[in-house]
Design a protein around this ligand. Sequence first.
Ligand SMILES: Nc1ncnc2c1ncn2[C@@H]1O[C@H](COP(=O)(O)OP(=O)(O)OP(=O)(O)O)[C@@H](O)[C@H]1O
Ligand SMILES: [Mg+2]
Length: 504
Amino acid sequence: MTLQESQLRLEKLIEINHLLMGTVDPKAVLKLILESAKQLFSAEACSIALIDKTHHQLNFAFSSGGADVGEFKMALGQGIIGSVASTGKGIVCNDVSTDPRFFKEVDQETGFNTQSLLCAPLKYGAHYIGAIEVLNTNHPAGFTEDDLKFLNTFGGPAGAAIERALIFSSTENAKNALEEVVQNHFRFIIGQSKTMTQVIDIARRVAPMKTTVLLLGESGTGKEVMARAIHQWSPRSANPFIAVNCVALTSELMESELFGHEKGAFTGAFAQKKGKFELGQGGTIFLDEIGDLSASLQTRLLRVLQEREFQRVGGSKNIQTDVRILAATNRDLKLALKKGDFRKDLYYRLNVVSMTLPPLRERQEDISELAAYFVKKHCLEVKRAIMTIHPKALAFLENYTWPGNVRELQNAIERAVVLAPEPIITENDLPLEICEHCQTPPNNISETGKEEVPQFMAEAVDHFKRTYIRKTLEKTGGNQSETAKTLGMRSSNLSRIMKQLGLR
Ligand SMILES: Nc1ncnc2c1ncn2[C@@H]1O[C@H](COP(=O)(O)OP(=O)(O)OP(=O)(O)O)[C@@H](O)[C@H]1O
Ligand SMILES: [Mg+2]
């Protein structure tokens, strides 16, 4: 090559580099590199293979005569280009039929007839990210060692431009994913199974009215999520949504929490305080775990529902209230009615419209969408690049019975997002009991067929507790109070332990 020719090439390379610096769309960058390399080496075609470690493959882009870019995938290390991508050592070959590494299938795929080639690694810093290949030069002397040196040099800025574009697009993807999560948040409810669609349909129809709604369903099925959605879909959405947990406080404190109190109404009432029914004017009050409301509060609540007015504790003035009441429980209210633990008249007032959130085991179709949603949500929370779920891990998730319902699924995914070493969640990243429960051989079965005990004592104890509680819950049909009784503990205690163990 004459000095003038190499000078021209160098000038061309600088010009291409400038163009690459101003391009961030990965497809546009690939196209620019493919076309430029064809020109630089007077070649008939050019291809680029990029290493995709997650899927153990090479992503291949190819351009021949026309400007169209074809794309396909190859196994890692396959063909001359695969070998250069993995070793980082460039190759000149003026007769491919003499090189056993030449992979004919690529020509079959592209319809191209390769005779000679020049291939060099694409670099980003000290790493090889793939390789670039120029095919069939028009030069009578064929490809030369000088050409290889030049392609090696080109591999630096070309690799950097590709990597920069990929990083840019993954940031864009993360931004889009965040927007999607935000949008989903407004959609509120994930789930397109038949049963969920029916429940969502009722919720949407009842949302614009002032009707009281009773939300039923096992723990973790999404009763509170649904209550928030009903509020959001109602004309009250600009006003407060106030959630009150009816078991969190003693009956007296709860009374003052709901209705407020006057100064001096009881010891410690140093100042007047407004209750939730006053603070929530124009909005929605969500009474969670209504089945646990004390008898005296049941009576007071019934009056509010009937008369739409109340008095603060220790007060005598009637206060009008315009709140919409939504209530939820995972207890069997009909049984509580029979036992006399829950007032019938209150039950009928609350139960104007009732809907039952189906347990997750009865809507297997929703699991993948929910899991993908939680992956995105938690990746964004812990600032990890958006991860994927391996199909085998997804199969485990879909086959598990989920006694803790959506909450348990969410906890399992949150844990996996934090613990998974790779950007793909495998069954090894899931809690033990999920894999144990399925037909597919779980990964904790060693070569000898013996079950491996969790490594740490605390982990083993937690594992036992989780299984024990889950089995008892299954026996009582998900009834938490019954389960607590069977296990000889207080309901609140069981509730706390279940939360700790990620079962609720
Ligand atoms: N359909 C859904 N879409 C998105 N997230 C959901 C859905 N259902 C439940 N979740 C999530 O699962 C968790 C449990 O939901 P929620 O608190 O509404 O359950 P619950 O029925 O009120 O449970 P509990 O009876 O134990 O109070 C929450 O973190 C919620 O965000
Ligand atoms: Mg709840």
